[in-house]
Design a protein around this ligand. Structure first.
Ligand SMILES: [Zn+2]
Length: 263
């Protein structure tokens, strides 16, 4: 299969950068579509040296929140799931030569497929956390960079471990990963200022044609109309209320979360 790919968005941030959030966004739209990403962490073949991920639970949630703020501009929710075991594979983690060939992305995805590691749902994007991204040499712990297919399934990402400890750094990872997801969703690079798909960063905005293109991607799956869900929730809520008066208020409130806006 011939696939187009771009290496993207080598960002550098000093750890001393102030902690203010840096995402540059247009307004959010009602969420009506969902993209699901499976995270596969690679490590050395002997099991050591796993690629850094997204920090602790709080840091990870801030990074995923940033990615969702970015894609909310297109009405797209991004959900992450994790393959629990690392993929112990020197080639996936580091490659053979420096800088790595961009073709390594294709090899990584093919090898992962042969090893049965890709998500069984072909509409779930596979994200490989690595130490050296195909097309690059190793970059510092203060950087994040990635390589992704355009209009096809597969992303490799380096998330420099120093970045997770401060807000600007977490935004850098969010921006780079949101950019790579954009490539899988069929977006190419453009030069517009402050746009997510600039090749070297500078903003996270999406324009109307990018939004239409991304939402038309097979990886962007419509979220079912909420009418049935609302009814179900109402039934469940009243059933829970009548059955169990001892249930805690918090649990009760959770089951009463309003349905998402209709398309
Ligand atoms: Zn790119």
């Amino acid at each position: 299969m011939h696939r187009v790919f771009f290496h993207c968005l080598l960002l550098f941030v000093l750890a001393a950068t102030p902690a203010a959030a840096t995402l540059i966004l247009n307004g959010a739209q009602p969420i009506t579509e969902r993209v699901t990403v499976q995270v596969i962490t690679t490590a050395a073949t002997n099991g050591t040296d796993a690629a850094p991920a997204f920090g602790n639970a709080t840091q990870q949630s801030a990074i995923f929140g940033g990615i969702n703020a970015i894609w909310a501009q297109a009405g797209i929710d991004v959900q992450f799931k994790f393959r629990l075991a690392n993929w112990n594979n020197d080639f996936a983690l580091l490659g053979n030569i420096t800088p790595r060939s961009q073709d390594d992305l294709d090899t990584i995805v093919t090898n992962a497929s042969n090893a049965g590691l890709l998500d069984p749902n072909p509409l779930v994007i596979n994200l490989f956390l690595v130490r050296i991204v195909p097309g690059f040499s190793q970059t510092s712990d203060n950087t994040s960079n990635g390589l992704a297919f355009v209009d096809d399934n597969g992303i490799t990402l380096w998330a420099g471990p120093n970045l997770v400890s401060f807000a600007n750094g977490r935004d850098v990872i969010a921006s780079v990963l949101a950019h790579e997801i954009g490539h899988n969703l069929n977006l190419d690079h453009i030069t517009a200022t402050e746009n997510l798909m600039q090749s070297s960063g500078g903003g996270e905005r999406l324009n109307a044609s990018q939004i239409a293109l991304a939402r038309a991607s097979a990886f962007s799956v419509p979220i079912p109309e909420p009418r049935t869900l609302t009814l179900l929730l109402v039934v469940l809520t009243s059933a829970a209320a009548s059955r169990s008066v001892a249930r805690s208020p918090q649990i009760f409130r959770k089951s009463a979360i309003p349905a998402r806006p209709m398309r």
